[in-house]
Write a protein that binds this ligand. Structure first.
Ligand SMILES: NC(=O)c1ccc[n+]([C@@H]2O[C@H](COP(=O)([O-])OP(=O)(O)OC[C@H]3O[C@@H](n4cnc5c(N)ncnc54)[C@H](OP(=O)(O)O)[C@@H]3O)[C@@H](O)[C@H]2O)c1
Length: 281
C-alpha cells in the first residue's frame, strides 16, 4: 500500500485496475480484477471510452459477495466536452460549474456510492497553459472535495508547467496526477518532479503500450532474468520503485494475477537507474 499524506492521510493501493475500452465486458472484468486482488478501480464519466454504469454493476455484485465499498479505492473523472462523443453525460449548454456538478452526481449514481476516493479533471482545456475554463472547472472540483464527496482531487494529461501553475494558484492543490508515461521522456520526469516537490501522487498509464520498444532492452531482460520473471512485470515493479503508481488495463485473468505478483520482486537501485535512463540513451 502507498500511503498518501496531504491534508489528511489516505491509503491508496499500490496498483490500479483501469476500466477503459472494456465496453460490455466491463462489469465482468472489474469483478475478476477485484477477485484477483485489485483494490483500486479507475473509470470516468466518459461513455466513449468507459462504461461507468457497468463498474457500478460490478461493485453491487462484489458487495453481495462481501467485498464492500469501504474496501475499495474508486477513482473517476470529469471529462470536458471536447473529450466526449454525442453521449455527453451533462448539459453541455450549462456553465462549467454546473457541468461538473451534474457529471459528478451522475458518477455517484452510476457507481452506487456516496463518495469517490479520487476525482480527476480528465485534462486541461488546452495543451499550453491553463485557461479560464480550467480555473472554473478546478474551482468546481475544489467544491466537490470540500463537500467531502471526493477524498482527493487531481488532474490527468497535464504537463509540468500546467501542474506547477495549478499548484501555485489553486486554493486546493491537486493531490493526484494521472499521465501517460513514456520511457523516452524519462518516464515523464518533469511532471514527476513537480509531483515529488508538491507531495502529489503520480499515477502512470500505458506503461506497457507506450513503451513497446523497450520491453526487449538488455537492461529489462537482464533484470527479468535475474528475478526469474517477465519483462512486463519488471516494468510495473520498476515503476512502483520509482514512485509511480501504475495502472493496468489487462483483460486477461492470468495477466491480472501476474501483474499483482510484482510485489514479490525487488529491483536493485542500479537496475532501477538503468531502466530509468533507457529512453535517454
Ligand atoms: N487519463 C487518461 O486519459 C487515460 C488514458 C488511457 C488510459 N487510462 C487509464 O489507464 C488504464 C490502463 O490503460 P493502459 O493504456 O495502461 O493499459 P491498456 O491499454 O489496457 O494496456 C494494457 C496492455 O498490457 C497488456 N498486459 C497487461 N498485463 C499483462 C501481462 N501480465 N502479460 C501480457 N500482457 C499484459 C494487456 O493485454 P491483455 O489484455 O491481453 O492482458 C494490454 O494489451 C485504462 O484502463 C484507464 O483506466 C487513462
Amino acid at each position: 500500500m502507498t500511503t498518501f499524506t496531504a491534508s489528511h492521510q489516505i491509503s491508496i493501493p499500490s496498483f490500479i485496475y483501469g476500466t477503459a475500452w472494456k465496453k460490455e465486458l466491463t462489469a465482468r472484468l472489474v469483478q475478476a480484477a477485484v477477485t484477483a486482488g485489485f483494490r483500486a478501480i479507475d473509470t470516468a464519466n466518459q461513455p466513449v471510452h468507459y462504461n461507468e454504469p457497468a463498474v457500478g454493476e460490478a461493485l453491487r455484485a462484489l458487495n453481495a459477495e462481501g467485498i464492500g465499498r469501504e474496501k475499495l479505492f474508486l477513482q473517476t473523472k470529469f471529462t470536458p466536452v471536447h473529450g466526449q462523443d454525442h453521449r455527453i453525460p451533462y448539459d453541455a449548454s450549462a456553465d462549467l460549474t454546473a457541468q461538473v456538478s451534474q457529471s459528478f452526481d451522475r458518477s455517484l449514481a452510476h457507481l452506487g456510492t456516496e463518495y469517490v476516493d479520487s476525482y480527476l479533471l480528465h485534462g486541461p482545456y488546452s495543451q499550453r497553459g491553463l485557461r479560464a475554463e480550467d480555473w472554473e472547472v478546478w474551482a468546481a472540483l475544489e467544491g466537490v472535495y470540500q463537500s467531502g464527496r471526493a477524498k482527493l482531487i487531481g488532474i490527468s494529461n497535464v504537463n509540468a508547467g500546467q501542474l506547477a501553475q495549478l499548484c501555485e494558484r489553486a486554493a486546493v492543490k491537486p493531490m493526484a496526477v494521472q499521465n501517460r508515461c513514456y520511457a523516452s521522456l524519462g518516464w515523464d520526469r518533469d511532471v514527476r518532479t513537480v509531483c515529488r516537490e508538491q507531495g502529489i501522487v503520480y499515477e502512470g498509464f500505458s506503461l506497457l503500450t507506450a513503451n513497446q520498444e523497450i520491453l526487449d532492452h538488455p537492461a529489462v531482460l537482464a533484470t527479468a532474468n535475474r528475478l526469474g520473471t517477465g519483462p512486463l512485470q519488471v516494468i510495473f515493479r520498476f515503476a512502483q520503485q520509482l514512485g509511480i503508481l501504475p495502472l493496468t488495463g489487462t483483460t486477461n485473468e492470468r495477466h491480472m494475477r501476474e501483474d499483482l505478483q510484482i510485489d514479490r520482486i525487488e529491483l536493485s537501485e542500479e537496475e532501477v537507474s538503468a531502466i530509468e535512463g533507457i529512453g535517454e540513451e
